[in-house]
Design a protein around this ligand. Structure first.
Ligand code: M6R
Length: 609
């Protein structure tokens, strides 16, 4: 995790670094620091806690200089305190580094460095880098780029590393696994872990690849591989609206992103579903007859979107699908062959477990497809093809719009496969395609003020509960899992989810008058059975919050409270239902006074194992 910013140019570096880091706090926020070079001196300032702590110190005692590097940390090795915060400096104070990732062999490296007389001041794995670079700098005759390159030859692990030296007006950076993008300006250059940090300054960007090194000067850059060979990287124009990366009037990124969903879904679907011809055009280079099974691999919310995908693909395209959480897939010796299509799903495209699982699948010859949001991310460069979800930057740690866009992408993929393989007839295909095209409108309806206020009132009524149960069936059992995850991560209330029919096999023991049970009972072929499960909850005095389709007055009597959602085809309903559960969670969390954008212990992109 961690966020990185670097600047060289004519502006005061401090301003660029603080502004850039403020856009990256979603990557980690337990401490922050900057190093700024002013002629013959590098000053370092770092502070535990959120970026605001550092910003306050810098307001009182500004650091002057037009070259600097900055970091916002998510701790892996060592407590989140001032000392372990980055940047880390060499013993003579001449070299400073910031690092995102994990140096896996840092212990033997540290022991060897200690033996050679180095003194460590922090408990981090990252600090070995600065001591190694200091040694290599001597060997390389004072060539900073070469020193970093040689040092990286000794390390194993993941890194986005940015280095500067008091005697050189340059920044040297490198990445393996951890993301890094470079911004190109007029007489100035930028680096960051993610695009939003650079949008106020430039739209011309270079996405660095795994194994890239780069040297930045005021007026240009040079990219090489780790062997020192020059490599060519294109400058891309990024047309994201800077406003799109800000909160835009909402009290949190998460709320803003919930409301962005009609738009995000439009972007996901646009140009891909053709009502007139009934065709799905995904613009992916995939032969639907070239694989016999599909493996879906993802983590967290993306995994639950994958569960919906599993259901949809099996229903519509009749291909066997298995689904794994990426962290398990890597180590379970999965059955993969050239006949497997491995689909990795990820908002960030950087989640290390998913990335490594992708590599595992490729090793055995699987064809690979990414369902990914972040343009230019690591996964997009390693898959055979990408079905971008185009949800736009998602800053809130709790994923919302990426989830509904991923589910919609899966729906399109299932439709496409079903039609291409002849398992979905034209009439049914056209009907479903039409329902999918309706999604932005349905979600917009789900966000109408009256509905939102009803959910807010219900949330406030139940906010003091200690536990929640979420139940759903069929294509909406993943919706229950996703609803429970949302509530857990932002409110810290314990929540569990089950396929409703499974409840009687154990979880029913938990139910008493204190247990709110959220039941997804929207229109479906299993609705009657779901209502029977609701009766079982009521018989044990559980408090039922029912999600019903508009107009279902019949079943409303079984709920202590009812959330009505727009009526939707069962196959597209997970998208609409998820929105109601997102609102329920955010209102509960807000009622409890939680910071929904920065839930404790979490980070937006989990780039460590
Ligand atoms: O970037 P990814 O989609 O690969 O992230 C996967 C999970 O880490 C992520 O979905 C996580 O579970 C979110 N906090 C959920 O809201």
């Amino acid at each position: 995790m961690c966020g990185i910013v670097g600047y060289i140019g004519t502006r005061q570096a401090q301003d660029v670094l603080i502004s850039g880091l403020s856009k990256l706090e979603y990557r980690g926020y337990d401490s922050a620091g900057v190093a700024i070079r002013d002629g013959g001196h590098i000053s370092v300032e770092k502070k535990a806690g959120k970026l605001a702590n550092l910003a306050t110190v810098l307001e009182q005692r500004p650091l002057h200089g037009t070259l600097g590097i900055g970091h916002t940390r998510w701790a892996t090795h060592g407590l989140p305190n001032d000392t372990n915060a980055h940047p880390h400096a060499s013993e003579d104070g001449k070299i400073v580094i910031i690092h995102n990732g994990i140096i896996e062999n840092y212990l033997p490296l540290k022991e060897a460095l200690l033996k050679r007389g180095h003194k460590f001041s922090s408990e981090t794995d990252s600090e070995v880098l600065v001591h190694l670079i200091e040694e290599k700098y001597q060997q390389a005759g004072g060539d900073l780029y070469e020193a970093v390159r040689l040092a990286l030859g000794d390390v194993r692990g993941a890194y986005g590393i940015v280095v500067t030296h008091v005697d050189h007006r340059e920044i040297v950076a490198a990445r393996t696994v951890s993301p890094m993008v470079m911004g190109v300006g007029e007489g100035e250059m930028f680096l960051a872990s993610d695009v939003p940090a650079l949008l106020p300054y430039t739209r011309e960007m270079v996405f660095l690849h795994d194994g890239d090194m780069v040297v930045l000067h005021d007026d240009g850059f040079k990219v090489t591989d780790l062997k020192g060979n020059e490599v060519r990287r294109e400058i891309e124009h990024i047309d994201w609206d800077a406003e799109a990366a800000e909160k835009g009037g909402y009290d949190s990124y998460m709320m803003k992103e919930i409301y962005e969903q009609p738009n995000a879904l439009t972007n996901t679907l646009i140009g891909r579903l053709h009502d007139d011809t009934g065709q799905v055009n995904l613009d992916i280079n995939l032969d639907p007859a070239s694989f016999k099974r599909i493996s879906i691999i993802a983590c967290g919310t993306a995994f639950y979107a994958g569960m919906v995908g599993e259901y949809l693909i099996e229903q519509l395209a009749r291909i066997p699908v298995d689904i794994d959480v990426a962290s398990e897939y890597r180590y379970r010796n999965p059955l993969v062959s050239e006949n497997t299509l491995a689909i990795v799903m990820s908002q960030s495209g950087e989640t290390i477990d998913t990335l490594e699982a992708l590599r595992e699948a490729k090793k055995y010859g699987a064809k690979t497809l990414g369902i990914i949001n972040a343009k230019g991310s690591s996964m997009t460069r390693e898959v055979d093809d990408t079905l971008y979800i185009h949800a736009g930057p998602e800053i809130g740690v709790a994923s919302t719009k990426a989830y509904t866009s991923m589910v919609s992408a899966m729906l399109m993929l299932a439709l496409w496969l079903g039609r291409a393989r002849g398992t979905l007839d034209e009439t049914a295909g056209r009907k479903l395609l039409h329902s999918a095209r309706e999604l932005p409108r349905l979600v917009e309806a789900a966000l109408e003020p009256e509905r939102v206020e009803n959910i807010r009132a219900i949330a406030e009524k139940y906010a003091d509960s200690r536990d929640f149960l979420f139940l759903g069936r069929g294509v909406n059992s993943p919706t229950a899992y996703e609803g429970a995850l949302k509530l857990k991560e932002i409110s810290y209330i314990h929540a569990e989810a089950y396929a409703a029919g499974e409840m009687k096999h154990g979880p029913i023991a938990l139910i008493d008058e204190h247990m709110p049970v959220v039941v997804i009972a929207t229109e479906s072929k299993l609705l009657e059975k779901t209502i029977s499960n609701v009766q079982e909850v009521r018989a044990r005095k559980g408090r039922v919050i029912l999600l019903l389709s508009d107009g279902d007055t019949e079943n409303a009597r079984y709920g202590d409270d009812v959330i009505y959602v727009p009526r939707a085809d069962e196959m597209v309903s997970p998208v609409v239902n998820a929105v109601a559960l997102q609102l329920l969670s955010i209102f509960i969390a807000q009622k409890l006074g939680k910071d929904v954008d920065k839930p404790r212990n979490l980070a937006k992109a989990v780039t460590v194992e």
